[in-house]
Design a binder for this molecule. Structure first.
Ligand code: NAD
Length: 479
């Protein structure tokens, strides 16, 4: 089996990247493209031995990287960003082939932001300080010490974007990294290893291991030399990781799923509200933040639904490499089965498909809107992670808030209203890590990002990322 996969003319190494060199495994696992289901090639199938080697490499590289000046760390992070920008088109093509998300958004949105992730945390590092203060004449000085080797585990829905939200601040903080990308989208993490090495990142500072979570995950998350675990993925996996990390009380950052609401009040600009709702089909609905529960005030519900169906029906579904495509495929046949299972069970228990409600040819699912759904039903309570929205109505603000918060998740919420006072009132009552008012998906890396309840533990972004990736130390000096 070859050590390379060639995608759109770009050669991607399929082996692990450990201690500054490529390492094969005795076995491989197949990587499929969701575009046509074709097998792109075999990826090194890591297990406990590779986990051990990668953590050992990260541990060995840690003292040197931790002692590297902030200015030098920032310089190398900017050089990685330069490398991402230089290979932007290659990264975009490889990511689209591997996970099926739109090439146009990889080109113009995602990959430029990947580069920005490195620049942002490099710059943030340089101004990261804490005011010294005095206690009875003693000086308190707070320092941000690098914590050690970090294990970063990421999902497939936005592979390089989500990986670099973790890799960039961890490296900036002076930590070393073992990154394990999802097995359904392993390729761009391998390219990132090449780019980081070309940018001058010392061997062992960034390691990338491939493999099935069930086979390599536990050896990484229960390892005594690992000082931080940052995970983005599903709630069931997070529970397994938390149990495994408990062996050494390793601090965890968890960015998990959601079942976020979009609240449409009768005073909203209805066209804007419809645009916001249709936007929830982006990435074929495979977005943790997606507002999949549309909650619409009764007087405008009929008109909202009419305009929504008209607009959503015009979306173009097809090959994600085509610039005109709005919705690409779903990631994997198993994910499609899961999505369809949710929809068919909802229909069988009385839901009505106002739009879609079925599979299409290939790995595509029809954009779906279900009404007549009960608040305590599976389709309203569980994350589908596909292009499936539900619509419920409410009669007043109290009911809107009650429905919005009646979930075990708390990742995000979106409001469409023309009344700023209402926006403030309602926002104050919502349980969510992010609330968008008359907008969606606007994210500044300075802001805290994360979920309440079972949507996560901790926050990423700006100083919050450094809080997690550093050991904060207070030094008290006598007068
Ligand atoms: P998943 O939990 O199945 O897998 C995520 C990662 O965990 C993969 O790399 C997988 O290999 C690994 N993994 C699996 N079992 C493991 C184990 N026992 N030990 C260690 N690692 C293990 O999630 P997914 O299906 O890849 O991603 C979809 C989920 O991610 C959704 O729930 C979505 O909402 C969530 N998500 C959250 C955010 C956020 O920022 N909150 C962002 C994107 C996705």
């Amino acid at each position: 089996m070859s050590d390379k996969i060639v995608v759109g003319g770009v050669s991607v190494d399929t082996r692990h990247w450990i201690g500054g060199r490529r390492v094969a495994s005795p076995g491989t696992f197949p990587d499929h493209s969701p575009i046509d289901g074709a097998v792109l090639g075999g990826i090194a199938r890591g297990g406990p031995a590779e986990a051990e080697a990668a953590v050992a490499a990260a541990k060995a590289a840690f003292p040197g990287w931790a002692a590297t000046s902030r200015a030098e760390r920032a310089r190398i992070l900017h050089a990685i960003a330069d490398g991402v920008e230089k290979r932007l088109e290659e990264l975009a093509v490889v990511e689209t082939t591997d996970n099926g998300a739109l090439l146009r958004s990889h080109r113009r949105g995602v990959m430029p932001r990947v580069a920005h992730n490195f620049r942002f945390f490099a710059d943030w590092l340089l101004q990261l300080e804490h005011e010294d203060f005095e206690t009875r004449g003693h000086t308190n000085h707070v320092s941000w010490d690098p914590a050690g080797p970090c294990v970063l585990i990421t999902p497939w829905n936005a592979p390089l974007m989500l990986a670099t939200w973790k890799v960039a601040p961890a490296l900036a903080a002076g930590d070393t990294v073992v990154l394990k990308p999802a097995e359904w989208s392993p390729l761009t993490a391998s390219l990132l290893a090449d780019i980081a090495a070309e940018a001058g990142l010392p061997a062992g500072v960034l390691n990338v291991v491939q493999g099935y979570g069930a086979e390599i995950g536990d050896a990484l998350t229960s390892h005594p030399d690992v000082r931080r675990i940052s995970f983005t993925g599903s709630v069931p996996t997070a529970k397994r990781i938390a149990a495994s990390a408990a062996a050494h009380l390793t601090p965890l950052s968890l960015e998990l799923g959601g079942k976020s609401p979009l609240l449409v009040f009768a005073d909203a600009d209805l066209d804007l509200a419809v645009d916001l709702a249709v936007e929830q089909y982006d990435n074929a609905g495979q977005v943790c933040l997606a507002a999949t529960r549309l909650l619409v005030e009764e007087p405008v519900a009929e008109e909202f639904t009419r305009r929504f169906v008209e607009k959503a029906s015009a979306l173009k579904q097809g090959d994600p490499r085509d610039e005109a495509t709005d919705i690409g495929p779903n990631i994997h046949p198993r994910q499609l089965e899961k999505i369809d299972g949710f929809v068919q069970r909802a229909l069988a228990s009385g839901a009505r498909a106002v739009l879609g409600g079925h599979r299409l040819d290939g790995q595509y699912y029809a954009p779906t809107l279900l009404t007549d759904v009960a608040q305590d039903s599976e389709i309203v309570q569980e994350e589908v992670f596909g292009p499936v929205l539900t619509l419920q109505t409410f009669s007043d603000e109290d009911e809107a808030v009650r429905l919005a918060n009646d979930t075990r998740f708390g990742l995000a919420a979106t409001l469409a209203t023309g009344d700023p006072a209402r926006a403030e009132r309602v926002t104050g009552q919502l349980v969510a890590g992010t609330v968008w008012v008359n907008c969606f998906f606007v994210r500044d890396l300075q802001a805290p990002f994360g979920g309440s309840r079972q949507s996560g533990v901790g926050r990423e972004g700006g100083t919050w990322s450094f809080d997690f990736y550093c050991d904060l130390k207070n030094t008290v000096t006598a007068p």
